[in-house]
Design a protein around this ligand. Sequence first.
Ligand SMILES: [Zn+2]
Length: 481
Amino acid sequence: MKLSLLSVLAVPAAVVAHGDHAARHIYPRQASGSSAAASPSASRSSGSAAAPPGSSTAAPVSSPPTVAFSLPSTNPTAVPLSQIVSGASASPTLGATTAYPAGASPTFLSNAPGLPDLSKVLPANYPALDKPPPTDSPQVQQWIQDVKNSGIDIPNIAPTVAGGCPANAQAAADTSRCWWTCGGCTRDTDVTTCPDKLTWGLTHDDGPAFYTPNLLQYLDQVQLKTTFFVVGSRVISYPAILQEEYMSQHQIAVHTWSHPAMTTLTNEEAIAELGWTKKVIHDVLGVTPQYWRPPYGDIDDRIRAISRAMNLTPIMWTRISATSTFDTGDFNIAGGSTSASQVLANWESIIGNATGLDTGFIVLEHDLFQQAVEIATGYILPAALANQPPLKIEPVVSCLHKPLGDAYLETNDNKTNPPVVSGSNPVTLSSGAPGSSEATGALNNNGGKNAAVSMQANVGGFMTAAGVSLVALVAGISVFL
Ligand SMILES: [Zn+2]
């Protein structure tokens, strides 16, 4: 089925979205100025086909604009686009559909331990939800020592301040730090694409969450596996859903505890974010991820080194120019700064660009809100499955030609993905390094952190109050990537 939608309001959504971000002083997208939305593909749609059920040509003035797009297929049971909007009433969710007994064996992974007993995984034993974990706890102090013992040199780069590239002009101009946020710099150690042409390393960020089981059900129906970049605060909130992701043979990877912009953190704070997320995943699954994704893609050589010292390899999303990253913008539907049709136009642009690459690709998508799940299961994934030429769609670890076991410390046989840290190297983290108690600038970071914290608190409120209108709870959510 060819589906087209023509709008009477073809205002570039990027303008709306960026204005929204600027008003909230959120820097990552504002700084990069990048999104596939920068090149909406409205002109590629004929607009001649019948409008889909629920389409509208008279959107309210306050709504984000409807734009044209064209998809090769959609899910017959898709939620109509007119209902995939900010403030949408809550759709039915499945919840965790399988309760795994303690000790259940992940038979698909050699040497994987049995699942832990969730009754022993207590939130009281973890940091507060959606707040940067304290750095003076015994656990974090141990991880700080482990990083010192790793032998990985942590570059002496000062943390950035909230406000992105405009607020960090000197850092943005300093190409030696290879700051992705300002300029898109990557290192060979970053995973930014899949090596094989027309291969999509599927990823979903910010869960596990209320609607993740709906995504899991669809992925199961169409026999797709994805990589979930999970937030530690969500893991301790929804451990059974994480177990279901894992036991369904999806790849689980780290996405920090409280979703901060990592370059704004001190070394110790960054270690705490990664360490607690590794720990809660291990406590729930019995295995420890070896890959992570920095929130907002905010990584530089200091954060790279810290993550490397913690045996975490960064996975970004594909970026082909300063104004074109493979970001669907799906997260911003819930916040009202992007329309569902704009996300589909973004997707059309992404897949058009991806087809011309010599490599495969990785796209930013989310499973935190129902709108993002509905746009994925109803539209993006069905379109991808019907794409011509055909796409190979698989988790990132698979697209890298590695077995799923390489995704975790306990099941990695070290043949194709050896840990970077042996633990037998000299100390290199000096007392004067950024992030040490002597470093300056940390106090200036609170604005950015608090923005993330308050947003996530709203998310948490929604999660525990299903049925409550999103409208009153989503202020600021568009900050998330
Ligand atoms: Zn994220």
